[in-house]
Ligand binder design. Sequence first.
Ligand SMILES: Cc1cc2nc3c(=O)[nH]c(=O)nc-3n(C[C@H](O)[C@H](O)[C@H](O)COP(=O)(O)OP(=O)(O)OC[C@H]3O[C@@H](n4cnc5c(N)ncnc54)[C@H](O)[C@@H]3O)c2cc1C
Length: 406
Amino acid sequence: MKTADIIVIGAGPAGLFTAINCKGKSVLVLEKNPSPGKKLLISGTGRCNITHDCKLSGFYEHYGENHRFLKSALHSFTNEDLIHFFNNKGLETVVDKNGKVFPASQNAKDVLKVLVDSCNQNKVEIYYNQAVISVEKTDGYFVVQTGSAKFSGKYLVISTGGMSYPSTGSTGDGYHFAKQLSHAVQPPKPSLSPVFVKDYLMASISGVSVQNKKLYLYRNDKKIAEHIGDVGFTHKGLSGPGILDFSRQILSGDVLKLNLLDKKLDDLRDEMIAASANDGKTLLQTFLKRFDLPRSLLFIVLKSISIEPDIRLAEVTKVQRNRLVSALCEFPFVIEKVGGFNMAMVTAGGIRLSEVNPKTMESRIVSGLYFSGEVVNIDGDTGGYNLQAAFSMGFLAGKSVSGAKY
Ligand SMILES: Cc1cc2nc3c(=O)[nH]c(=O)nc-3n(C[C@H](O)[C@H](O)[C@H](O)COP(=O)(O)OP(=O)(O)OC[C@H]3O[C@@H](n4cnc5c(N)ncnc54)[C@H](O)[C@@H]3O)c2cc1C
């Protein structure tokens, strides 16, 4: 049986960063894959959006209703600390126009290399192809069983990620280990996921997107939430940051209404009436050009309400005008389903937060047991918020479990 002071399960960003920050103690990391950070390598479509450039106070609104739990972790290791960490290790970073921070090389491999090199420098031992099967605590020590070996440590950190993109190794195993150690798990659910739409009309314009649009979410004919963001049309539904960030609130059967023009219904109606009175000979499509919508999208919207684009404004009947105004300001999409774990970028749900001390990341149930990363019930918006959460929790868990002074 191999022993160490601290055993970390999972060599994703949270597990690696936990291990790097365990100063003065022997640490071993167990990873089921033959290599570390499989999900990190595909993050940000391989460019790895490590964090966001906003003020720390701007972070909290990006973690839904559980954001309070993250306060200590984010304070103990901020976005600035993360950027300094990578810069000090020789990895330059850049900020895009939306405030997303990337490695200047635009290559996730470079982020992973810094993490693995830092583990090596700190004499962290990483064991690959070691899928943990079970954990137990006996006589003050954690015994961790993999398919081929047993490991024992005084402290255990579970950093196994969530359940999204299971091909990367994140298959929810940490939830089982936590349950074996008497923890409760908030049922996991896909988050940051595209949505599938019933009787979808936009398949032919897959790839087209609209920026910064208002979305309204209706359930049982009642508006329950609003959101603003970029929306992309896919073959079978909607995606893009605006949809992904909103997806944690969306359920099958909901109706998502998209305001394509950033205008109120009444204002658009008045504008059409005025334009028609001013020059009724103007073609409808000429009038609509001023709103700068992709032409292909506009034509689908018009077709969906059976209005020809080349009728003149004066020929548009009141009924047609009302239909058009409502299609442009509240185009409805009936949600067939939200994409599953195979397409969700993160997992909502996980280790119940009331059972973890947010100031240390230690279990309130089993002493010596810690958690870090997406395995806990925290999920953030797109924009670097999930990796920042993984790194901040990793830092705090590493510092706390090793008793290191920073
Ligand atoms: C396509 C995609 C793009 C993304 N892009 C971004 C982005 O640009 N910015 C951002 O902030 N976030 C992004 N995310 C989210 C981000 O990657 C995750 O939130 C982050 O990787 C979570 O880190 P983690 O270490 O907690 O978990 P993971 O990265 O999931 O790592 C967990 C590790 O534990 C290992 N493991 C699991 N079970 C066991 C076991 N039984 N035994 C041993 N090892 C085990 C896994 O193999 C894995 O290596 C993206 C996610 C996806 C899917």
